[in-house]
Design a protein around this ligand. Structure first.
Ligand code: 2AM
Length: 175
């Protein structure tokens, strides 16, 4: 099973992102479908089911021991990564606690057998994939609040129509 941890925006937030995106960018590359909008906290990749059970137990133990506070973010920045053609929306500032949350999840994934991710954590929601160049700067800069409610464990499934993400487990965080 191909898994990752992420923050799932609630429906009004996902709609606000989609609406802003639609008004700013005419037909740039491939828009990520509304239902797939998420913020990745830690990418795990392919793991056997037994490892995922164990992973969930470790998340339970961590959260009952020292639960992190839920992150409150302002999505006010866009960015473009030429290497993979990703154009994203994210916060220009975020609390250190979110770095620690992502770091802990990376660590738990690594102890479940995932390859350790050593890239700097840049919280972002991918808006478009496979852009050949950066879309023009949006006329209306983004300012969309994202309130984390939980940590979600997603399964990523490749389907004929494209990739689909399903939340397979979620842990509510103190608000
Ligand atoms: P993204 O966060 O930039 O959109 C599922 O594949 C999710 O995990 C996607 O949102 C993807 O990119 C993110 N991800 C992070 N690291 C990845 C990696 N090494 N391979 C594939 N997806 C990765």
């Amino acid at each position: 099973m191909r898994v990752f941890f992420g923050i799932e925006p609630d429906q009004p937030t996902a709609l606000a992102i989609d609406d802003w995106r639609e008004r700013q960018f005419s037909a740039a590359a491939r828009p990520v479908p509304l239902a797939n909008l998420h913020l990745t906290l830690a990418f795990g990749g392919e793991l056997p089911l037994a490892a995922i059970d164990e992973l969930c137990d470790r998340v339970d133990a961590w959260l009952s021991d020292e639960p992190p506070g839920a992150a409150q973010l302002l999505l006010d920045q866009t960015g473009f990564w030429p290497g993979n053609g990703i154009y994203w929306l994210g916060p220009s500032h975020w609390p250190d606690a979110l770095d620690r949350q992502a770091g802990k999840l990376r660590q738990l994934l690594a102890s479940a057998g995932a390859r350790r991710d050593r890239q700097r954590f840049q919280p972002h929601i991918t808006l478009f994939r496979r852009c050949e160049q950066a879309p023009p700067l949006p006329a209306q800069p983004p300012a969309i609040a994202l309130q984390q409610r939980e940590i979600s464990l997603y399964e990523s499934q490749r389907q004929r129509e494209g990739v689909a993400y399903h939340v397979v487990a979620a842990w509510p965080l103190p608000q």
